[in-house]
Ligand binder design. Structure first.
Ligand code: HEM
Length: 262
């Protein structure tokens, strides 16, 4: 299992790099990203971020997956500009508080800690968008043992709107055509989509993100959706409760590992 995860990570890592560059290209057409961007202005920037991420993952390995997901949710909305970090203010809710992100996107404290240490070393130099990108790369290294060079030079955005995750992020309820269109709008091909989706070999998912597919009519435990492998559906049904309309029942908070088969 470990070997196959490393192989998967090898291809995923190179695509995470591409993903990050492709999404930001729209935002910064005149500022090409470069490897070693902070070489002169903040020489220990990458080492500092990597140290913070490594320490966080050693205490909670689940944070690695969370940081990779944070990077993708940042990049799909307004490019990789750290808009996912902006807090809501009265009357102005931000993407961070959209139900797609809250509470399932985690790891904000890791980014905060890295930023705190970098501000002490070289004030107002390293962008939060770069911190997120490097944190995702270090997570892939810590979890899969392979590394890729991160191009840096992103600039932080100043705008974040609560409704934008819904308009931009791929939905677990979309079919293949909608997912393909969604990735195309971000400059990503079908192949990019398939490889990036390999990120789901780590981490967890709330059952509520897919349980309507396990119990389509919500009346029978045995009705498989035609496109789902019946054995896989059976395993998932044994771990996930039926979708509930009663939020206070707590059933919708059940999570399972995404790589449930291995
Ligand atoms: C194909 C489009 C995608 C869809 C529909 C999708 C959907 C989801 C959903 C529903 C979850 C579970 C969230 C929850 O219920 O807690 C999830 C988790 C995750 N996704 Fe995606 N995702 C997509 C693309 C991506 C991409 C491009 C990446 C990064 C390269 C990614 C990385 C992750 C990771 C690492 C997790 C686990 C997070 C954790 O354990 O905290 N996903 N995704």
């Amino acid at each position: 299992m470990f070997t196959s995860n490393i192989l998967l990570c090898l291809s995923l890592c190179s695509f995470l790099a591409l993903f990050s560059v492709s999404s930001v290209a729209v935002l910064l057409p005149t500022s090409p990203l470069t490897v070693g961007f902070y070489y002169n202005t903040c020489p220990y920037a990458e080492a500092t971020i990597k140290g913070v991420v490594k320490s966080a993952i050693s205490k909670d390995p689940g944070l690695g997956a969370a940081l990779i997901r944070m990077h993708s949710h940042d990049c799909f909305v307004r490019g990789c500009d750290a808009s996912i970090l902006l807090d809501s203010t009265p009357g102005h809710p931000t993407e961070k508080d959209h139900f797609i992100n809250k509470p399932s996107v985690r790891g904000f404290e890791v980014i905060d800690e890295a930023k705190l240490q970098l501000e002490a070393q070289c004030p107002q130099t390293v962008s939060c968008a770069d911190i997120i990108a490097i944190a995702a790369s270090e997570s892939a290294y810590q979890l899969g043992g392979v590394s890729y060079a991160v191009q840096s030079g992103r600039r932080d955005g100043q705008h974040s709107l609560e409704k934008e995750p819904l308009d931009n992020l791929p939905s677990p309820f979309s079919n293949l055509e909608l997912l393909k269109e969604n990735f195309q709008r971000k400059g990503l091909s079908l192949e990019d989509m398939v490889v990036l989706s390999g990120a789901h070999s780590i981490g967890v998912s709330h059952c509520s993100s897919f349980s309507t597919r396990l119990f389509p009519s919500n009346t029978s435990d045995n009705s498989d959706e035609p496109v789902m492998d019946p054995d896989f559906a059976r395993v998932l049904r044994s771990r996930c409760p039926k979708p509930s309309n009663n939020a206070s029942s707590g059933a919708d908070n059940t999570t399972i590992f995404e790589d449930i088969m291995s």
